[in-house]
Design a protein around this ligand. Structure first.
Ligand code: PMT
Length: 222
C-alpha cells in the first residue's frame, strides 16, 4: 500500500467486454476495448490502492503497479473472479461491458451453414455481477458504469437505485466517446449529488473519477 487518497484500501476493477461462445469459432461480444477500465485500475494504483484487475478479452498491457490481473472470457467467469476478489476488497468499480445474454447452448462442433434458411439462436440471461455483489450482506462500496445513447441522467439514476449502487459513472456513447475511443466524458451520480467530468483522455478522466470515488468512500465508510 502506498500513499494517496486510496492508501490502505483494496480495489477490484473490471474492464473490457465479455465474449459468449456460440460454438468453437464464434462468439457474441461487444466493442469495449478495456481502455477505460485499465485507466481506472492505473489511477486507483497511483492513488495508493492494492488493485485487482479482472479483464475480459482485451489486448492491453497490465498497468504498472497493479497487484493482480485475472483474465476471463465470459460473464459467468467474470462474475466468479469478481465475487472471489471482492471478498477482500473495500471498493468494486465495474467498468466492464458485461454481456447481458449468452447462447443458451454452446455447440461442441462448429455450426454448419444451412443454405437458404435463417438461423435462430436462443439466448439465456447472464448473471448481473453488480447485482450479485449488492446482494451480499457485507459488500464493497459499489461503483457502476452506465453506457447510454440517450436519456443518460434518467437511466443512470435508475441504475444507481435499482442495482443498489453507491455511485454510477454514466458515459454518453457516440460522438467519439465511450466504447473503443481514446476520450470519454462522465457524469458521476450518487444518492445526493453528482459531478460532471468534461471530455478528456481516459487516463485523465480515470484520475478524476478515482478522486471522486475516494472522497465519497471516505464520506460514507470512513
Ligand atoms: O472499454 P472501452 O472501449 O474503454 O469503453 C468503456 C466503456 C464504454 C465500456 C465503459 O466506460 C462503460 O461504460 N462500461 C459499462 C458499459 C455497460 O455495458 O454498461 P451497462 O449499462 O450494460 O451496465 C451497467 C453496469 O452494470 C456496469 O457497471 C456493468 O459492469 C454492470 N453489469 C452489467 C451487466 C451484468 N450482467 N453485470 C454487471 O455487473
Amino acid at each position: 500500500f502506498g500513499s494517496g487518497a486510496l492508501a490502505g484500501l483494496s480495489v477490484v476493477v473490471s474492464a473490457g467486454p465479455t465474449f459468449e461462445d456460440i460454438d468453437p469459432v464464434r462468439f457474441i461480444g461487444n466493442r469495449s476495448s478495456g481502455k477505460m477500465g485499465f485507466a481506472v485500475a492505473q489511477a486507483a494504483t497511483e492513488a495508493g490502492a492494492r488493485v485487482t484487475l479482472v479483464a475480459g478479452p482485451v489486448s492491453l498491457a497490465t498497468p504498472p503497479g497493479v497487484a493482480r490481473r485475472i483474465d476471463v472470457r465470459s460473464a459467468a467467469q467474470m462474475q466468479a473472479a469478481v465475487l472471489d476478489a471482492s471478498a477482500q476488497a473495500q471498493i468494486y468499480i465495474g467498468a466492464a461491458a458485461v454481456g447481458d445474454y449468452r447462447p443458451a447452448e454452446v455447440a461442441e462442433r462448429k455450426l454448419k451453414k444451412q443454405a437458404g434458411a435463417d438461423l435462430v439462436l436462443q439466448l439465456a440471461e447472464n448473471p448481473d455481477i453488480l447485482g450479485s455483489l449488492a446482494a451480499r450482506p457485507a459488500h464493497p462500496f459499489l461503483v457502476g458504469f452506465a453506457a447510454e445513447t440517450h436519456d443518460v441522467a434518467r437511466y443512470a439514476q435508475d441504475k444507481l437505485q435499482r442495482k443498489g449502487l453507491d455511485m454510477i459513472a454514466a458515459n454518453r456513447v457516440g460522438d467519439g466517446l465511450g466504447f473503443e475511443t481514446a476520450d470519454n466524458a462522465l457524469d458521476v451520480y450518487w444518492a445526493d449529488g453528482m459531478l460532471a467530468l468534461a471530455r478528456a483522455g481516459k487516463a485523465e478522466l480515470a484520475r478524476q473519477l478515482v478522486a471522486c470515488v475516494a472522497e465519497r468512500y471516505r464520506a460514507v465508510r470512513g
